[in-house]
Design a protein around this ligand. Structure first.
Ligand code: NDP
Length: 377
């Protein structure tokens, strides 16, 4: 996988600083409900400060549950440590904060050390949560976080993919131990498969040849089957664990739902055969927010250790937490799969830049069927 991702080619590019001073963006100045979202034309353009940075004019962005959570202050303790490791800035220095983790757009400027991109390149990226987001005209990222946008997708379509793709790949590859070469004989269960991460994961796993079972609501069955799901379990039609227990055991479970899922899901894995339960819903950031960085991290670490130890010793299955990881080269491979027609964008709703609060409202209602995208320019 990593070999396939190796980036080739080297291009000399210019480094012309932008002459623009300010840009249009949606910001928050404090944590809270959607009332804290504010549009402004007076946010400083994120200039290039390091040799390997690229400045991107954003064409489209998309929203993730993380945007809702971050708007309310979720993860602030850990994210602020990452933004300002030496704590030299004042508290609340993260404001005005720009949300939005996905972008599709065009490179407008490059640092002197950038070798892979040039102004005019169409790119996509998933922006790490400690950086300023894509609900803005411009974003600056390192070239390692950026990838060429699939040529076959519009900016709106492309913006629906990067964050869920980086998350799903981190979960399935790094935590789940799956890859293109070894997935063909694997049985994978995806819970919460009708949302952003799930709809991407189904397609990736089918492209890799895995057998995919999913859980979702009855009215999402057509969507997930259309994306390739082999077996669909309606979690609203009675006891979901009971329905799944009637099936052959799984090699990997990707849990997008959390809550009590792990209580019944561990027993669905093949015992003593390297099977893995991977959840994207962990208490790490909630712990660091409520207990402070040290206690929160220790508490989360202990929880993870205890659960992993208990499961490996009792049934030989691995218990793991997974997290989004920024990774431009991984998106290169996703771009190839998208251009080959193996990954389709699932855009459920699209909003103009003037209606970002409405886009948040849509997300807040839940029941996502793919992604909510914002057309920025
Ligand atoms: P979405 O909101 O896009 O999708 C969630 C989906 O789950 C919806 O389609 C919802 O539809 C469905 N769902 C809700 N309850 C159940 C249930 N009990 N059983 C089956 N399906 C259910 O979220 P994402 O796909 O973007 O993310 C999934 C989870 O992963 C979220 O909790 C998110 O916060 C987390 N995440 C964590 C990351 C990390 O770094 N750790 C990164 C990215 C995401 P309906 O309610 O209609 O059934």
């Amino acid at each position: 996988w990593s070999k396939a991702l190796a980036r080739t080619g080297c291009r000399n590019v210019c480094s012309s600083p932008s002459r623009l001073q300010s840009m249009s963006a949606w910001v928050i100045d404090q944590y809270g409900s959607s009332a804290v979202l504010r549009h402004t034309d007076e946010i400083s353009i994120p200039t290039i400060n390091f040799a390997h940075e690229v400045m991107i004019k954003v064409s489209a962005a998309s929203l993730n549950p993380l945007d809702l959570n971050m708007r309310g202050g979720y993860g602030a303790a850990l994210l602020n440590l990452r933004r300002d490791p030496l704590s030299v800035m004042n508290s609340f220095s993260e404001f005005p904060l720009i949300l939005g983790r996905d972008l599709s757009g065009v490179v407008v400027d490059c640092g002197s050390g950038v070798t892979h991109f040039a102004p005019g390149d169409e790119v996509w990226a998933a922006i790490p949560p400690w950086k300023q987001g894509s609900l803005a005209e411009y974003v600056t990222l390192t070239e390692y976080e950026v990838s060429y946008k699939p040529k076959s997708l519009s900016h709106i379509e492309a913006a629906s993919i990067p964050y869920v793709a980086n998350t799903a790949l981190s979960a399935l590859v790094n935590a789940g131990g799956l890859c293109r070469e070894t997935s063909s004989n694997k049985r994978v269960l995806i819970t919460g498969a009708s949302g952003g991460v799930g709809t991407f994961s189904i397609q990736l796993l089918k492209a890799w040849g895995a057998h995919v079972t999913v859980t979702c609501s009855q009215n999402a069955e057509g969507l997930v089957r259309g994306l390739g799901a082999d077996e669909v379990v309606d979690y609203t039609a009675g006891d979901v664990a009971e329905q799944l227990e009637r099936m052959e055991r799984f090699d990997v479970i990707l849990d997008n739902v959390g809550g009590d899922t792990e209580e019944w899901a561990m027993g669905l894995l093949k015992p003593w055969s390297g099977a893995k339960y991977v959840t994207l819903v962990s208490p790490l950031l909630l712990n660091t927010d409520s207990m402070g960085l040290l206690d929160g991290t220790l508490h989360a670490g202990l929880t993870l250790h205890n659960k992993a130890f208990q499961n490996i010793t009792s049934s030989g299955v691995f218990y793991r937490w997974a997290f989004y990881a920024p990774d431009g080269p991984t998106l290169d491979e996703v771009s190839r799969l998208a251009d080959a027609g193996k990954i389709l964008p699932v855009v459920e709703a699209q909003f103009p830049f003037t209606q970002v609060p409405q886009a948040f409202h849509k997300l807040e209602q839940g029941h996502a069927r793919g992604k909510t995208v914002v057309k920025v320019a």
